[in-house]
Design a binder for this molecule. Structure first.
Ligand SMILES: [Zn+2]
Length: 44
């Protein structure tokens, strides 16, 4: 049985930034794979 997207998200473990290992808080822009700090670095 397929899970709805919401259920799928809830079942996933917390995302962790692959750059620094910091836990990424859930946010609307869930496509982001890195934490705010690492994203800010890349924009420089
Ligand atoms: Zn990071």
């Amino acid at each position: 049985m397929l899970m709805s997207p919401l259920e799928l998200i809830r079942s996933l473990p917390n995302k962790v930034c692959p750059e620094c290992g910091q836990l990424i808080e859930e946010q609307a822009e869930s496509y982001l794979m890195e934490c705010d700090r690492c994203l800010a670095k890349k924009e420089e």
